[in-house]
Ligand binder design. Structure first.
Ligand SMILES: [Fe+2]
Ligand SMILES: [Fe+2]
Length: 306
């Protein structure tokens, strides 16, 4: 529903919008004449490796144009205003990368050469605005890690400079997505949570498939694609935990937990509680990194703590 005078919060979305609006730039501000620092084979390899990121910039722009009216209809006015600046950012990245291809006189891969790209972007378009924000966060983390490699390894080369400038915009995009999801996820029913996990798995699988196709290009640029994807996966997992996206316990799991305590009674419960207390100090120091932490996450210990 279109509202003439909607409620407007003064929240993080508005602050990100102001930040973005104050730091506008265009492709014409970029130093197009500085050296590439790549030989012709490396320039072609970069043109190919950049293709999923390049298509991602267009896809983000088009996806935002579909999510924006959904936010307006839901009365999410500040998110709607922020998204207008996101659209401008992604349009700028799309233009900059198009001009980069023109500058190096190389073409991106076609969809026929890498059909996984189409699968990836089709998957991003499924679901509602919450799915889209989660998918775009995963894509932004992918793009951020990609640009970071070049901004750090060749800060004085043209692509290093472009990457550093784009990264400033991408940091706002991640802040938006994380905040939006932290507010939305606690209200989602179980099946929606499962759908978000499915989306993450599908996108990561498609990234793996694209990596397999680009292995030779990565070698030419001395990049370790496997290490890149492992780092990416770990970062996405960390974000998911912070947002609260986690596999909900299945009905089966709940039933089996109840069966354990129903069958063995208070003695077992007390023994498990003692064990849990003995490990308490250790887990506090080594949370998530050791065998004890794994033990702590089992249903027995968790149930005994309740
Ligand atoms: Fe972007
Ligand atoms: Fe982005």
């Amino acid at each position: 529903m279109l509202r003439v005078y909607p409620a407007l919060e003064d929240d993080l979305f508005i602050r990100l919008f102001h930040k973005g609006a104050r730091s506008q730039w265009t492709a014409s501000d970029m130093p197009w004449d500085i050296p590439l620092q790549f030989n012709p084979q490396q320039a072609r390899a970069l043109a190919h490796m950049l293709t999923p990121v390049y298509l991602g910039e267009q896809s983000a722009m088009i996806g935002a144009s579909a999510a924006l009216p959904q936010m307006a209809m839901s009365g999410e006015t500040s998110a709607q205003i922020y998204l207008a600046s996101f659209l401008m950012d992604e349009a700028r990245h799309f233009e900059v990368l198009t001009r980069f291809y023109q500058r190096i006189q190389e073409d991106p891969l076609s969809v026929r050469q890498m059909p996984e790209m189409l699968r990836y972007h089709h998957r991003l378009r499924q679901g509602d605005r919450v799915d889209w924000v989660w998918g775009i966060l995963i894509s932004d983390i992918f793009a951020k890690n990609f640009y970071q490699m070049f901004a750090r390894s060749s800060p004085d080369a043209l692509f290093g400079k472009l990457s550093a400038r784009i990264l400033l915009d991408e940091s706002r995009h991640q802040a938006f997505a994380e905040h939006y999801l932290k507010r939305a996820v606690p209200h989602l029913p179980r099946d929606r949570m499962t759908a978000l996990i499915g989306l993450r798995d599908d996108l990561l699988q498609t990234m793996d498939d694209m990596h397999a196709r680009l292995r030779d290009e990565a070698d030419r640029l001395n990049l370790d694609g496997r290490e890149f994807l492992d780092r990416l996966r770990a970062e996405i997992e960390q974000k998911a935990r912070r947002i609260g996206i986690a596999e909900p316990p299945s009905e089966d799991n709940n039933d089996s937990r109840h069966r354990v305590f129903g069958g063995f009674g208070q003695q077992v419960k007390t023994a498990v509680k003692d064990l849990s207390e003995k490990f308490q100090a250790i887990t506090a120091r080594h949370c998530d990194t050791c065998f004890v932490a794994l033990l702590c996450q089992t249903r027995l210990i968790a149930a005994a703590r309740c």
